[in-house]
Design a protein around this ligand. Sequence first.
Ligand code: CTP
Ligand code: CA
Length: 226
Amino acid sequence: RFSQPEDLPLSGKKVVVTAGPTRERIDPVRYISNFSSGKMGYSLAEAAAALGAETILVSGPVDLPKPDGVQLIKVESAAEMLDAVVSQYGDADFVVKSAAVADYRPKEQHSQKMKKKDGDSSIALERTTDILKTLGESKEGQILVGFAAETNDAIEYGRKKLSNKNLDYIIVNDVTDPDGGFGSDTNVVTLLSRKGKTVPFKAMHKKELAKLLLQTILELESDDSN
Ligand code: CTP
Ligand code: CA
């Protein structure tokens, strides 16, 4: 436990943040993953800790230092991320799911390196569990914040995800925006609330954006009409 100043906006609150990609193994030398850098999630965890929260960061494989004041749980696959997040969920006040979780994993994990064979052209895949949807189905007062990475019709898809996953907020990210997306130090997002608010943010550094997103969510939470 870290000592927490009493007078900060998230003092006494537990915030769970997920970040980075997941890695789904094919065999000992190969995997399926995505280009998520983890920067948005790490910035959100850093911002939550700076606002006084007990902060748990569940992270897939990324190349970033642990932010100050944050407890880091490292995971590799979607299944490991699910276990870690579920184990932290019961007493959480906020869960912010910025991880880019793989939607599919190889049906079989080979224990030895697969050899190429003439005629082979595909790997059988199966769906991973939707972690956020699972959390949404067992919500007991936690504020659930999801992300939506989209290339088109971002707000519309974001609203659908917000409602399908029983979220309180969703942060919609147009990953084709030249000022944002995977790997970039800056991001351009729109925050949508369950109650219908749409809050666009201008392009800014992910660290600055993280702070502003958390502050905006806290403001909307304290305002009953949000
Ligand atoms: N998510 C999750 N578990 C998964 C897939 C996604 O928890 N197996 C979460 C992500 O962390 C993110 C949100 O769901 O907060 C939306 O992820 P996104 O990839 O944008 O949406 P999907 O629901 O996976 O739909 P699609 O990829 O088809 O657009
Ligand atoms: Ca997805």
